[in-house]
Design a protein around this ligand. Structure first.
Ligand SMILES: *[C@@H]1O[C@H](CO)[C@@H](O)[C@H](O)[C@H]1NC(C)=O
Ligand SMILES: *[C@@H]1O[C@H](CO)[C@@H](O)[C@H](O)[C@H]1NC(C)=O
Ligand SMILES: *[C@@H]1O[C@H](CO)[C@@H](O)[C@H](O)[C@H]1NC(C)=O
Ligand SMILES: *[C@@H]1O[C@H](CO)[C@@H](O)[C@H](O)[C@H]1NC(C)=O
Ligand SMILES: *[C@@H]1O[C@H](CO)[C@@H](O)[C@H](O)[C@H]1NC(C)=O
Length: 490
């Protein structure tokens, strides 16, 4: 009897421990009664993501974060990025006011979801998308989501949002360094006051731009076409005046991270190497830094020096420019015809447009919905318009004032037409017009003369008996040469 009951209690104990072990690995929620303590973790239902405590890089500080269950790095979201724990006493729980909180050993709140709500019966669940969702348990509505407050990582299903008037609402902020998740110098968000585009900020100054959205990609990002299949979407809600940027890749293990150097990297999981691989970088050279060559400067990383003035422009400050300080940029050499009329009253030939191919288009475009032909016409008829471009998916873009942040791409990009005084375009063309025919004429007449002389010489030999003087034939040769040259060069 005794033996039997102890056997039963042993079996119950085994069952119970199995049950708890099962709970220990499969739990994906945190509630007031089910907190986690360092080093416990929770795992999302499909095992894609894990939430727990970690120390970044070589730091000994402890943070609460979310990472792919495949590998503990990189961490894709951090809760207490501003207030680390300096020991292993941390707890993640739901507080009495219904917020998700991170507490230290002294029960001080280091981080809170910080929503003011009257609901207290809540639970926080880690979803298989990597989103941590705080819900009202009574009706299941979401009160707060980690996707609303991203750190440096853009996961599938996340939304970078922006208000057309006030700017970015949800954006990415870099870590200070790989060992310090506190907010660093760089941030990335969508700017939608004009044609929507992605902007990198460094300490709240524009550090880089993606160029405008054409319906599929940002056209100022080299190689973005190669990652186009990642399904980028930019949705415009005209009523709410809010723009939303998302992506949904065919490959579920693709994500984007804003590094502490201010680069957006695409990372792909490579199963064979059991590691993440960088498959795309947004910023590659100094040309990708905003306005690197100044106004009217054109940046080409394949040239040395990288910066040059656009045709018809010269360095504003030659001394600075030759020292490699490009910040002052370039200025126009010759007044535009329309400016000349305004200033001197003199009429010259109408301005022309120079076509620049495979360009990253400059900042501050003004969009209008007209055809390509009207786009050119519209620009030509308005003296303030100094350049135009027509891009499928965007339409007609014109520029006034100055052209800033221009890059020459090896391929892709767009055609940019810049306005120049007629004489500026004429100059180079004139040389071509004059030199080519002269060279052709000289070569042709030289060849003609050579064959003519040979023919004459042969004839002379044959007709030696007829005693034609060699002097005469020589004369005819040179006369012929001069005649041919003069007529063809005209
Ligand atoms: C929490 O929210 C309140 C207002 O909703 C705000 O004033 C406060 O700064 C927030 N605290 C933190 C730590 O974000
Ligand atoms: C919280 O909500 C759940 C689901 O509606 C319910 O079963 C539970 O009793 C509630 N708990 C409290 C403390 O109200
Ligand atoms: C997506 O996954 C497929 C199959 O695993 C692979 O062939 C393809 O190259 C991946 N695409 C990208 C963009 O990584
Ligand atoms: C470059 O020139 C600008 C404008 O004259 C000046 O403000 C800046 O200090 C210069 N930068 C360097 C590195 O010399
Ligand atoms: C020239 O274009 C600018 C910008 O598109 C516009 O503000 C201005 O009114 C135009 N001027 C004329 C004379 O059309």
């Amino acid at each position: 009897m005794e033996l039997r009951s102890s056997r039963i209690s042993f079996a119950v104990a085994v069952l119970l421990s199995c049950f708890y072990t099962y709970l220990g690995t499969a739990i994906d929620t945190i509630t007031a009664s089910r907190s986690i303590r360092d080093p416990e973790t929770i795992i999302s239902n499909g095992s894609a993501f894990k939430l727990g405590f970690f120390n970044p890089g070589n730091s000994s500080n402890r943070y609460v974060g979310i990472w792919y269950n495949k590998k503990s790095e990189p961490v894709v979201w951090v809760a207490n990025r501003n207030k680390p724990l300096n020991d292993a006493s941390g707890v993640v729980t739901v507080s009495e006011d219904g917020n998700l909180v991170v507490l230290n050993g002294q029960n001080e709140i280091l981080w809170s979801s910080n929503v003011s709500n009257s609901v207290t019966n809540v639970s926080a669940q880690l979803l298989d998308t990597g989103n941590l969702v705080l819900r009202d348990k009574t009706n299941g509505t979401s009160i707060w989501e980690s996707f609303q407050e991203p750190t440096n990582t853009f996961l599938q299903g996340m939304k970078l949002t922006s208000h057309m008037r006030t700017g970015p609402i949800v954006q990415l902020t870099s870590w200070k360094s790989p060992s310090d998740p506190s907010p660093g110098s760089f941030s990335f968000g969508i700017e939608s006051s004009n044609i929507p585009e992605g902007i990198f900020w460094k300490d709240s100054r524009v550090h880089g731009r993606t160029g405008p959205w054409n319906g599929q990609v940002f056209i100022g990002v080299r190689q973005m076409n190669s990652i186009y299949l990642d399904g980028f979407k930019l949705l415009v809600d005209d009523l709410a005046r809010v723009v939303t940027f998302t992506y949904s890749s065919l490959n579920s293990t693709v994500f984007f991270i804003l590094t502490s150097q201010g680069n957006i990297e695409e990372r792909n999981w490579v199963a064979q190497e059991n590691n993440w691989k960088v498959t795309f970088r947004s910023l590659e050279t100094e040309c990708d830094v905003y306005g690197w060559c100044g106004a009217f400067g054109n940046c080409n990383p394949q040239k040395n020096p990288m910066c040059s003035c656009l045709r018809g422009f010269e360095p504003k400050n030659m001394e600075e420019w030759s020292r490699g300080n490009w910040s002052s940029g370039c200025v126009r050499k010759k007044l535009l015809q329309c400016e000349r009329i305004n200033q001197t009253g003199k009429v010259a030939k109408e301005d022309e447009f120079l076509k620049l191919e495979t360009m990253k288009l400059p900042d501050f475009a003004v969009r209008s919905s007209v055809t390509l032909e009207s786009c050119r016409e519209q620009c030509l008829n308005n003296c303030s318009c100094i350049a135009y471009a027509y891009v499928v998916g965007i339409g007609c873009m014109t520029w006034m004032g100055s052209l800033i942040d221009l890059n020459k791409f090896p391929s892709e990009g767009a055609d940019l037409y810049i306005r120049l005084a007629h004489s500026e375009l004429e100059k180079k063309d004139k040389k071509v017009v004059v030199i080519v025919p002269v060279v052709v004429a000289i070569i042709t007449s030289a060849i003609c003369t050579f064959f003519l002389c040979r023919w004459l010489a042969k004839r002379k030999e044959r007709r030696n008996a007829m005693e034609e003087s060699s002097e005469q034939s020589q004369k005819r040769c040179s006369v012929n040469y001069v005649t041919v040259t003069v007529t063809e060069a005209r």
